[in-house]
Design a protein around this ligand. Structure first.
Ligand code: ADP
Length: 327
């Protein structure tokens, strides 16, 4: 195997390897649209993913994330647009592409009749991986995902975190050049989430390209070097998270609690500053674009206010609003 294309987690004994040097973009989507009858679920979106990037795909419910991913995976047909995955046009060359992709869907579709190791070996069979290589790869992945002591266990006896790690291991059995992760840590406790983040970070350091959807902003901020924010089928922002936050939200945020009268007074005072204000019932959010000492001075010794750096959640709320999207 060419070491420069080896994405095996164990290939470097957990040491970061140089990112893939392929000049080819891994994902190129141009003017992609999807209609369900009259309803436009994806509205002419374009984006690219370069080798070694982790792109966080964000959006409220109904934004079009799942539809886009299902189209990328060949599960539903696009209405318009073009897609190239790993250099091949899909759906035309899908068979060629599917072998180079790993997917961790939200559904836990592990085979309950098989043991942990058998789940990996059976999956290796789908890709016609030679038996000896499949066994070696299975051992590497069990070790990498801290499942080696559960090798003979039946799926039913695994914890939620172990099942999710096994799903990740299974997605890596074919040494994919693109890993698509749909909410990889949803429903897990903090320890289980941290273990998965740690392993995903090693994979990223080794050059694995990832497309990650998640509702956890801390997860996306931690793993992604670029985010795509989708709303009502359209991309409303894309770029490096820190840059987008600085450009579109500001530097720091003051959250101030108070009565209507108090917040009215503060709104008046802060309207003179280089900051944007958002007023909720008993809370005022002040997104600052300047050094904050002056603002702190204006707040004086009021009881309840909090000063913190602007973050991805602020950006998300700013772009997609606060109203619930329940359908
Ligand atoms: P997200 O994954 O961001 O929550 P989806 O891609 O699931 O969003 O949905 C985007 C829009 O497409 C929503 O309005 C949803 O109701 C609609 N939609 C998704 N799948 C179907 C379908 N099979 N038939 C009709 N409408 C659908």
């Amino acid at each position: 195997m060419n070491p420069s294309t080896d994405h095996s987690p164990m290939a470097t004994d957990n040491q970061p390897a140089p990112p893939s040097s392929s000049p080819e973009e891994v994902v190129v989507v141009e003017d992609l649209a999807k209609y369900f009858g009259e309803r436009c679920a994806v509205d002419s979106i374009s984006f690219r993913i370069r080798p070694g990037e982790c792109v966080g795909f964000l959006g409220p419910n109904g934004a079009g994330k799942s539809t886009t991913i299902k189209i990328l995976l060949g599960l539903i047909r696009r209405s318009e647009g073009t897609i190239r995955l790993l250099g091949d046009e899909v759906p035309r060359h899908y068979q060629r592409v599917i072998e180079k992709i790993g997917v961790v869907a939200q559904d836990d579709n592990l085979d309950p009749d098989l043991s942990v190791a058998e789940n990996l070996l059976t999956y290796a069979d789908y890709f016609s991986i030679p038996k000896a290589r499949a066994r070696q790869k299975t051992e590497e992945l069990l070790h990498f995902f801290a499942l080696e002591n559960r090798r003979q266990e039946i799926i039913e006896n695994l914890s939620g975190g172990q099942r999710r790690r096994l799903l990740l291991a299974r997605a890596l059995i074919n040494e994919p050049k693109l890993l698509i992760l749909d909410e990889p840590t949803v429903g897990l406790d903090p320890q289980a989430r941290h273990l998965i983040w740690e392993r995903l970070t090693i994979l990223l350091d080794q050059g694995t390209t990832m497309l990650l959807t998640s509702h956890y902003m801390d997860e996306v901020a931690r793993l992604s070097n670029r985010v795509l924010i989708l709303d009502r089928g359209r991309i409303v922002a894309q770029g490096a998270p820190e840059q987008l936050i600085t450009d579109l939200v500001g530097l720091e945020v003051f959250e101030v609690d108070g009565t209507d009268q108090e917040l009215d007074r503060l709104t008046e005072m802060f309207s003179q500053c280089n900051a944007s204000l958002e007023r909720l019932r008993d809370k005022l959010y002040i997104y600052t674009r300047e050094d904050c000492s002056r603002l702190e001075h204006l707040l004086g010794d009021r009881r309840s206010w909090l000063r913190r750096p602007a973050n991805l959640e602020d950006l998300f709320i700013q772009l997609t609003g606060r109203s619930l999207r329940e359908s």
